[in-house]
Ligand binder design. Sequence first.
Ligand SMILES: [Zn+2]
Length: 286
Amino acid sequence: MELFLWIYFIVVSGIFGVVIGSFLNVVIYRLPAGRTVVKGHSMCMTCGHNLAAKDLIPIISWASLKGKCRYCGAPIASRYTKIESFTGVCFLIASVGVFKYASPAIVNPGYNFYTFFMLYFITYVLCISSAVSAMMIYYDTGKGFTGTAIWSGIFCLLAYTLPHLFMKTIDPSNTGINFVDLCKDLGFAVLRLAAVIVITFVLFMIFRKPYSKNDLCLDLSVCVIPLYGFYFMFANRWIEYGIFAAVYAVMRAFLKSGKYDKYAGIITVCTLQLLSSAHIIYMYIK
Ligand SMILES: [Zn+2]
């Protein structure tokens, strides 16, 4: 039963990621154009035909139509499907990190530790989504949106505070973490974030090109992700951040604009997340 719940949670997380990825395609396309993401029909880029619900099923529609528009037969870029799959994989890997703690919230919702981890997981994957859109927009337009950096920051702040406030509200005697500890934690988190940004900035200046506000927005959007403690727990938080900073900064500084540049941030995050999830599974087995 427990195993079934774990598998269910991981599979549903992956599907959830694919659906969010589909929404991110809209964000990535419309945000730089200054259009709203909540209203309006999706349409074929070639013939302008409004797309029906059956045309908008992530991955499946694209595959069943063999990558062509149902109405005019023009090829549809595989990129949309790639972003959907990629976001799905990110969510799936993230769910592996917390399946044991978050999945019981599905059958046992309410004020408990499981819901605590579920909240944590949700804010984490939202932060990933924000980073994916920031990265793709940066790649498409060379621009970094302050908006994506702010959203990433908000999701991260929520992850830090929401689960703890939640536990505090339901159980005032819960002394697991208090306000002072929370602020201290946050302070150190901001310091670690600043350290990564400075390292990236220095390497970028030496090996690549001037570091602009756009780069800063992208780096902020991506680098708040490792602030989620549960997902990176190899050793000391500073050591974890050091590893992240080294890998991320080197990738950003040396991958010249091109095929892989756009993926630098998320590849770094995913690689570390994979290692971390593998480590967590190893701990369970042991
Ligand atoms: Zn068409």
